[in-house]
Write a protein that binds this ligand. Sequence first.
Ligand SMILES: [Zn+2]
Length: 95
Amino acid sequence: MYVGLFFQAHPLVMTLFMLLGFLAIIASTVIYFWIGMLSSKAVQVTCPECNKPTKMLGRVDACMHCNEPLTLDPDLEGKEFDQAYNSKKKSKDGE
Ligand SMILES: [Zn+2]
């Protein structure tokens, strides 16, 4: 048990490792909540093509049943479906 002896002789090192583990847990918790917040922003809409409820993430998304491109932004209506629209934020989003 060399490692145990090492930690006994160096309590500061053990504390440092415990602190690192603690920080890792905090980071994963933050990421977990962040993903939860992102998915809660999904808007439930009824697909005009197949009349089934589907969820939209961002301004444009495809229907999960029939793959029909959907948009929440009237400016993008009729335009070709492109996931890149989601990254182009408008100032009116206020985020
Ligand atoms: Zn559909």
